[in-house]
Design a protein around this ligand. Structure first.
Ligand SMILES: C[S@@+](CC[C@H](N)C(=O)[O-])C[C@H]1O[C@@H](n2cnc3c(N)ncnc32)[C@H](O)[C@@H]1O
Length: 269
């Protein structure tokens, strides 16, 4: 496990960070009082938020399981990976295919701080961490290309990431740049907070995140579907996150609560 970033940026504890708020939702210990405060505010307004975060991890696991075990994918590029939480993507991929190569990317220094210690993969496979911002897709491709063979199919995942990137900051262009650089047979795995599930609550969540210094960009189903332009969505298409291949679930503790995120996996033709 090697970090390819040139410098270690400082951890800013004066305002909430998405990776640390998410860690708080997941019951982790890698968060600060500002993150906990925002997490508590969101949960007071939307009590199912921590359940939604767990569901998001479960979606990552199901999608990775399918791609590695059934679709033969052996290379994974996971952008906005989050603070390591067991089982991480490489554990799932390398359980199905020990030789799988996995590159994680995040822009939060706290993820970097934990990556070295926690992201240990199989001896046959490769597990690396790259400190980079999703808004610099060319840099990500350059760094990931030192580890992955970008002439062979890659599963590109941005799970619960794009709702932190406004359209004006290039959300759609980022996806296009990354997908254009990958060969046929590559896959795109996404989940995205919905704006059309419960619009009023979503507006409140956006306001709370904004007050905490975090921009949150929920999207409609149609806006989310645009990320998959030119790709072939695998069955069952773009769906509510719990409905994406529930039969692949392992150790999920579902209670049927709706989760306001869209999820989909598509193949590059
Ligand atoms: C909600 S967490 C999701 C973590 C993981 N993908 C999952 O689904 O369990 C969002 C992650 O995206 C990262 N992130 C947010 N904006 C980013 C950006 N511009 N570039 C890279 N990572 C970013 C955050 O640091 C955080 O770790």
């Amino acid at each position: 496990m090697t970090d390819l970033s040139p410098a270690t940026p400082a951890i800013d504890t004066s305002k909430a960070h998405p990776a640390r708020v998410y860690d708080w939702f997941l019951g982790g210990k890698d968060n600060y009082p500002v993150d906990e405060e925002l997490g508590r505010q969101i949960t007071a307004m939307e009590p199912t938020a921590p359940y939604g975060a767990r569901h998001n991890r479960w979606f990552m696991q199901r999608a990775t399981r399918m791609l590695a075990a059934q679709c033969g994918v052996r290379q994974f590029l996971d952008i906005g990976t989050g603070i390591p939480t067991e089982p991480n993507l490489h554990r799932i991929a390398q359980a199905a295919a020990p030789e799988a190569a996995v590159v994680y990317v995040d822009n939060d220094p706290i993820v970097l701080a934990h990556a070295e210690a926690l992201l240990r993969g199989t001896p046959e496979g490769v597990t690396r961490y790259v400190q980079a911002d999703a808004r610099e897709p060319h840099r990500i491709l350059e760094l990931a290309g030192k580890i992955l063979d970008l002439d062979r199919p890659v599963a590109l995942s941005l799970i619960a990431l794009l709702h932190f990137i406004p359209d004006e900051q290039g959300a759609y262009d980022i996806i296009r740049t990354l997908v254009d650089a990958l060969p046929s047979g590559s896959h795109l795995v996404l989940s995205q907070l919905a704006s059309d599930h419960d619009p009023e609550r979503t507006r409140q969540a956006v306001a709370m995140y904004a007050a905490g210094g975090v921009t949150l960009v929920p999207r409609t189903r149609e806006e989310t579907a645009r990320f998959f332009t030119g790709l072939d969505l695998l069955d069952p298409g773009l769906v509510w996150l719990p409905d994406w291949h529930p039969e692949l679930a392992v150790d999920e503790e579902r209670d049927g609560t709706p989760v306001p995120l869209y999820a989909g996996v598509a193949r590059k033709p």
